[in-house]
Design a protein around this ligand. Structure first.
Ligand code: ADP
Length: 274
């Protein structure tokens, strides 16, 4: 095995007010893997994403992405293309959906240098092709306010992937959507991941979502968060909704649920050992 693509070793993070979000947390993720982070609210899941993105610096320990220490290199210098999607798919209201999807191509190298030349041609076609894959064919000229929440989240996935990121960071991307829309987007995200194979780190509180999408599920303890359990998800791909109703799937979800309920209870053996 080579070096992991993401390597958090003994990472601690103390926020300004004194909150210790992470305390000697370790997490290793291979290139092209799809890892879900689950755990009680406030346990430090988003903090891990922000550390990996270079938006936060660890108080102690090292965050290494693609063999470079993120803090030392700076987010820009890490030279890893990152795609981001959050619960709120913030779109710039004065741009069309296509223009919103193309934003990374305008700011991220190597695309940026050709922006002026390609924005009306190749880049617009690239955005259109992605919009079509997520079921938004014909919506590229609309403005964000003309689309529903589910449609905006589809467009947000396109924006996260348009510059073919090596790393995709997703923080509760479907958290605000109804169950049907969410399940549709699981299938879409899975297809996009299987095509492009970025390394994905997904934060979610939806355990079915983690079991449908991820290859590995890391369960975190209550704050300060550590990885309590690291589960491989054995189901074949492409996964389907039918598979999510199979007994093995339900058992996995139930085990995760119990693990998290246990992690939330103060005074569990893990917390005492921490
Ligand atoms: P999660 O994503 O697991 O819900 P977070 O990583 O957002 O948790 O936060 C972990 C802990 O750090 C929480 O207790 C949260 O209140 C605290 N926290 C997060 N961001 C800040 C901040 N900017 N300043 C102070 N405390 C913060």
């Amino acid at each position: 095995m080579g070096d992991p693509f993401i390597d958090l070793s003994d990472v601690s993070l103390r926020y300004g007010g004194g909150t210790v979000a992470l305390d000697r947390t370790n997490l290793r993720i291979d290139q092209g893997d799809f890892v879900a982070l689950v755990g009680p609210s406030g346990c430090g899941k988003s903090t891990i994403l922000k550390l990996v993105a270079g938006l936060l610096q660890p108080s102690a320990g090292a965050v290494i992405v693609a063999k470079r220490e993120v803090a030392a290199a700076g987010a820009e210098a890490a030279r890893v293309r990152i795609g981001l999607a959050f619960q709120n798919p913030t779109m710039l209201p004065w741009l069309t959906i296509r223009e919103n999807v193309m934003i990374p191509l305008k700011i991220v190298e190597p695309f940026r240098q050709d922006w002026a030349k390609k924005k009306g041609g190749e880049y617009a076609e690239r955005a259109e092709a992605l919009l079509e894959q997520v079921g938004l064919k014909g919506f590229g000229d609309k403005r964000p306010w003309q689309l529903s929440g589910g449609m905006l989240q589809r467009a947000s996935l396109c924006r996260a992937l348009v510059h073919e990121p090596q790393l995709l960071l997703l923080d509760e991307p479907f958290g605000a959507l109804d169950q049907f829309t969410r399940e549709e987007l699981w299938a879409i995200l899975q297809t996009l991941w299987m095509r492009q194979r970025p390394t994905v780190l997904l934060v979610t509180h939806d355990l079915r979502e983690s079991a449908y999408l991820a290859n590995r599920i890391c369960v975190m303890s209550a704050r300060p968060g550590r990885i309590l359990e690291d589960r491989d998800v054995p189901f074949e791909r492409p996964r389907t909704l039918e598979m999510s109703y199979a007994p093995e799937f339900a058992t996995l979800v139930q085990q995760l649920r119990m693990r998290i309920a246990h992690a939330r209870t103060p005074g569990t053996p893990e917390e005492q050992a921490a």
